[in-house]
Design a protein around this ligand. Structure first.
Ligand code: ATP
Length: 372
């Protein structure tokens, strides 16, 4: 029995999570997978009511769960960034979810490529370091000495800067920071993941020809780890990777990518596979509590209208199943999604005429039909 935390959140998050749960119920009817789900009221409604984002009590309760199934967060009534930082980013930090997993699959005919070639790229994005640590500053005239402090699970940064800037010399900077501990666990995860899905190599994306310090060290550590895991390793510069994803996506399997470039390439991947409605993602701590969510946000423009495509949330449920040790059950969901696409049983954004609930029911029916 798996104990899941369910956080529907805001906007279409609520609608697609409901479908995701119906699909998990169907899976549990026909397989050995079983779960209980506890609903958490986290998101804009509670924030506007009580001022609470993610409380210590929430965190204690979530920590007891096997995994978190998440909808989306975001609300036009709340200043941009408040919910994202107070809920999503805090959760990633508290549970040290240091891997962001994003599969990019060829969901034809939604793929905007001219040729139909099957691809299945799995992006493993490092989620805690690189240029996304908020480590930086902006200096104007007479700022003098400044202290830069960053505290993370793995280390603390404490840098003193002496700045005497003239008005014309104003500057700002952002530090890209990688630690040996951070790269070690990132590389271990990538090689283990690649081996588990039957790939013989990992592609590491970087810009080691320009950012020689951070990505030079990362390459060295990945090389040692490749040997340790008995796996192949290929390097790609991020600019070349962006082109290669369009020209020859079928040549990639497991792709490890640092935080900033990962943000960009996975959005390219989202469009490559057929849009925001077609992708799931996982924020993973292999030793802790991981969280699975659709790649889209709360889409307030279509919320509450039954227009949301639930497939991304279903694919997030598929990833949750795989992560929790139910790969065959996960595969059932992928097959069901494929079947519904092939038979036009989809929402309007994919050319069908179903509403969110009906599109979900089509997937549920396909899953349940396996029993007959
Ligand atoms: P947020 O601030 O929460 O990220 P957003 O509207 O800025 O919300 P998304 O929710 O990611 O960003 O979506 C952008 C647009 O894509 C939406 O306005 C919506 O029209 C469309 N969209 C997103 N997800 C879906 C979906 N599951 N089904 C149909 N359309 C979607």
């Amino acid at each position: 029995m798996k104990h899941l935390a369910i956080i529907p959140g805001d906007g279409i998050g609520k609608e697609v999570t409901e479908v995701g749960l119906a699909v998990l119920d169907a899976v549990s009817e026909i397989s050995s997978f079983d779960y209980d789900g506890e609903l958490f009221d986290i998101g804009s409604d509670r924030y506007l009511r009580t001022g609470e984002l993610l409380t210590d009590e929430d965190i204690d309760d979530l920590r007891k769960k096997d995994a978190i199934y998440f909808g989306a967060i975001g609300d036009p009534r709340v200043k941009p960034g408040v919910l994202e930082q107070g809920v999503l980013l805090r959760m990633r930090a508290v549970f040290d979810q240091y891997i962001n997993l994003r599969p990019v699959t060829s969901w034809f005919p939604l793929v905007p490529l001219k040729r139909e070639v099957p691809f299945d790229i799995h992006f493993i994005r490092e989620n805690t370091e690189d240029f996304y640590m908020g480590a930086g500053g902006r200096f104007g005239p007479g700022d003098g000495t400044s202290r830069l402090k960053v505290k993370r699970e793995l280390y603390e940064l404490d840098v003193e800067l002496n700045v005497e800037a003239e008005p014309a010399d104003e500057f700002a900077f952002e530090i890209g920071f990688l630690s040996r501990k951070g790269i070690d666990r990132f590389a271990d995860y990538a090689f283990r993941y690649a081996a588990a899905r039957g790939d013989d190599k990992v592609t590491l994306v970087d810009k080691a020809n320009v950012c020689t310090h951070v990505y030079g060290m990362q390459r060295e550590i990945f090389e040692a780890k490749a040997e340790e895991h008995g796996m192949g390793l290929e390097f790609m510069f991020v600019d070349a990777m962006a082109m290669a994803m369009i020209v020859r996506p079928e040549t990639f399997g497991t792709v490890a990518v640092p935080n900033l470039f990962g943000d960009i390439l996975t959005d390219l991947g989202a469009q490559l596979q057929g849009g925001l409605g077609m992708g799931g993602s996982g924020n993973i701590n292999p030793q802790g509590v991981s969280m699975f969510e659709p790649i889209h946000g709360s889409a307030p423009d279509i919320a509450g209208q039954g227009k949301a495509n639930p497939i991304a949330a279903i694919l997030a449920a598929q990833m949750l199943l795989e992560n929790q040790g139910y790969p065959e059950e996960g595969m059932m969901l992928r097959e069901a999604v494929r079947y519904c696409l092939d038979h036009g049983k989809t929402t309007r954004d994919l050319g069908g005429n179903l509403n969110t609930e009906q599109a979900g029911r089509a997937v549920v029916e396909h899953v349940l039909n396996r029993k007959k």
